[in-house]
Design a protein around this ligand. Structure first.
Ligand SMILES: [Mn+2]
Length: 428
């Protein structure tokens, strides 16, 4: 066992024997987690040596160690893990991994999101693995006693895509950790920050934490196997089934392959598309315009629960020959609140196109300086609130006019960048 000497013993970081499973159940007073130093021919409990990519092994170790210190400082607390409103497999699996890591420090975490799980694969993931995520709408968060949480954590997002950020900040809850792979969105005051935009999936970062020893996966514990399967799913779905994976992601997948349940993953991936998703894809095909290898499609109005059809339609449109980038958008409406928001997704296979830069350039910022969207490698998204223009769609002429105005404005903003004449992004 190796322990970094810089860790103070006073932090009760005792290196005694492993706790028995029963002890672990009752109380995890003492946390005994030797971190695996990657620079040494580190060995995990099962005696298999750990290899992390040369470039990042010291960073990973340093980050794992820092996270451990943060968790130690917050023992016996309760934390909220806040995900984006429409959490994807990467976010869900990493939140679960964080929860399991934190449990060892007697930190109780609840995983919450404000929107819906609308992608059939996400629903299957949550159901088949019993993933402990809960929906907290902006309405019912008001009835929650937020004072019982001593901190919150943002995973696979930086708060810009969650409606829960405001209520939680207003309650004065401190931000304990941000762990993400999207480009830095805003300066966040967080005790622990691990934002690595060059990593393809947050699941890769979390797998590296596990490899560093923050949680020793055990194939005989069903929850560990399910969490490893979820992480594998998150990693695959954020790397286009590993097509865009890089060395670090492959190394992470290789490590997870020792623990994950291939049959379970297969069952999750077997989830079929709903008829409504098929309808949105059909609309996107019908409405698309293709210019300079960009495919752009507005799909009109869609229900809140079908919101995830938009990225799925973008995934589909980008597969057309001569298309390298697809943007699909629509007006998503929440029938209860008469709230409407334009939601869009971008998918690209063009290596030189940075979705974060493209979306920020296309749509700019709102009056408070907040960008309407952003992205990561190969994918991005945006949300434009419709404010005063929301609702009143029972008047079909008004609804039609409203869609046409938004459709035209979004197209203008996108085509300004797609058009090679004054396009700063397109190189060839
Ligand atoms: Mn992600």
């Amino acid at each position: 066992m190796q322990l970094n000497s810089s860790l103070k013993q006073s932090e009760s970081f005792s290196l005694t024997t492993e706790p028995s499973p029963e002890d672990a159940e009752v109380d995890q007073e003492a946390v005994e987690l030797p971190l695996n130093r990657p620079s040494l021919p580190a060995s995990t409990s099962d005696g298999v040596s750990v290899y992390l990519g040369q470039r990042n092994n010291s960073l990973t170790f340093q980050k794992a160690e820092e996270l451990q210190k943060t968790l130690l400082a917050h023992r016996h607390e309760r934390q909220l893990i806040i995900l984006q409103d429409f959490p994807d497999p990467d976010a869900l699996s990493c939140a679960w991994a964080y929860q399991l890591i934190a449990q060892q420090y007697d930190i109780k975490c609840e995983i919450v999101y404000a929107g819906t799980l609308s992608h059939q694969e996400n629903i299957a993931l949550v159901k088949l693995t019993n993933l402990p995520a809960q929906r907290w709408t902006p309405q019912n968060v008001k009835s929650k006693d937020l004072s019982c949480y001593q901190g919150f954590v943002l995973i696979d997002n930086q708060g810009t895509t969650s409606q829960l950020l405001n209520p939680v900040q207003q309650a004065g809850m401190p931000l304990v950790a941000v762990i993400d792979h999207h480009s830095l969105q805003t300066e966040l005051k967080s005790e622990y920050v691990d934002v690595r935009p060059y990593v393809r999936a947050t699941a890769t970062i979390f797998t590296q934490y596990l490899q560093s020893g923050l949680l020793a996966l055990d194939s005989s514990i069903s929850q560990h196997v399910k969490c490893a399967t979820a992480l594998m799913h998150g990693l695959r779905s954020d790397t286009n089934r590993l097509m865009q994976a890089q060395e670090e992601d492959f190394m992470a997948a290789a490590y997870l392959s020792r623990f994950y349940d291939a049959q379970l993953l297969n069952a999750i991936l077997q989830a079929n598309r709903s008829k409504r998703v098929m309808d949105v894809i059909e609309r996107s095909l019908k409405n698309r315009i293709v210019q300079n290898n960009f495919s752009i499609a507005g799909v009109g109005y869609l229900r809140y629960d079908d919101r995830d059809a938009i990225p799925q339609a973008a995934d589909f449109l980008v597969t057309e020959e001569n298309v390298h980038t697809a943007v699909v958008y629509g007006i998503v409406h929440d029938e209860d609140d008469e709230l409407e928001v334009v939601i869009g997704s971008l998918r690209t296979t063009k290596l030189t196109l940075d979705p974060d830069e493209f979306i920020k350039e296309a749509f700019g910022q709102d009056s408070t300086g907040r960008f309407f969207g952003g992205g990561r490698t190969s994918a991005g998204g945006f949300e434009i609130p419709m404010g005063f223009l929301s609702g009143s769609n029972e008047n079909p002429a008004y609804a039609k006019m409203k869609w046409e105005v938004f459709d035209a404005q979004i197209k203008q903003k996108l085509l300004r960048l797609v058009n090679p004449k004054d396009n700063p992004i397109q190189s060839e």
